[in-house]
Design a protein around this ligand. Structure first.
Ligand code: HH2
Length: 271
């Protein structure tokens, strides 16, 4: 899953792709590098980020979604109105970092249109989430949360096979929480759905490698390979070619991981 942030303030690439032309070219470049899904976002969720209005978010993402060709399009939003317009423009996956908590109507919308969705764990909200996050046991707490959100989505009519689950690296987590999740990510595959990993260029990679945000592709690839070996199946990254190569090597050398769910989201474009 390649990341396209059409924002002025994203933590790693804010301002780089905030014109439609630059974002479209970037998306097509990620597809050429091997991205099977392109995740388009118009609102930063970095720690401390200020919320963006519906109109501004739509102005950012719609021209990009309309132009992307060759991969499944994911809309990274917590807003139902934005998801609705994005799906009208060609998106078939809703990546909601609030796991349908911001707008509970999102679940019925995903069900009605038979869309894929990604439900992510976040403690608190982006503005405050990094202020002293605490867990009893981070992996068990995240797992219980994802279990509940999965059940909610299914109750609202979303088909289970449409649902991806994401522990939300960096969303209300300390360095130690992120490392514990990476160590024990295999425990989340027991929920029976493909696990998404979003570690790309995040600050905990920088804390360990000492690299600034533009130089974290190798650290990101290493984390993704470990997550893959432990059962994760979708990798949300800025640097598609680097992580793709690392995963190809891992894939060629690991024994078949038949005990893990292998369902991948549909790539059908629904307009
Ligand atoms: N991380 C970010 C945004 N959306 N979605 C999922 N499912 N998982 C993630 O880990 C995740 C996500 C934050 O990263 P990024 O998009 O690069 O930055 P920003 O939110 O500042 O635009």
């Amino acid at each position: 899953m390649g990341i396209v942030n059409v924002t002025p303030d994203s933590f790693s690439d804010g301002g780089t792709f905030d014109s439609s032309g630059a974002a479209i070219a970037h998306a097509q470049g990620l597809i050429a590098e091997g991205a099977q899904i392109v995740d388009v976002g118009g609102e930063s969720t970095r720690p401390g980020a200020e919320p963006v209005g519906v109109d501004a978010e739509l102005r950012r993402v719609l021209p990009v979604i309309e132009a992307i060709d060759g991969a499944q399009i994911s809309i990274d939003t917590m807003k139902l109105e934005v998801a609705r317009a994005a799906v009208g423009a060609g998106a078939t996956l809703v990546n909601d970092v609030t796991a349908f908590r911001h707008d509970p109507g999102m679940a019925a919308f995903v069900a009605e249109h038979d869309l894929d969705c990604c439900l992510m764990h976040m403690l608190g909200e982006p503005r405050t989430m990094q202020a002293d996050p605490r867990y009893e046991d981070v992996v068990s707490d995240v797992k219980a949360f994802l279990h509940d959100r999965l059940a909610f989505a299914v109750r609202e009519g979303v088909k289970e096979e449409r649902i991806l689950l994401d522990p939300g690296f960096g969303f209300g987590k300390t360095l130690e929480h992120n490392l514990e999740l990476l160590r024990r990510i295999g425990e989340l595959t027991a929920l029976g759905r493909p696990v998404v990993v979003g570690v790309s260029r995040k600050s905990f990679i920088g804390r360990i490698t000492g690299r600034d945000v533009a130089s974290r592709a190798v650290g990101t690839a290493a984390a993704n390979v470990l997550a893959y070996e432990r059962g994760a199946r979708v990798f949300r990254v800025h640097d598609v070619a680097v992580t793709g190569d690392a995963l190809a090597i891992a894939n060629a050398t690991l024994p078949p991981l038949c005990s893990h769910p292998t369902t991948t989201p549909t790539t059908t474009r629904r307009t």
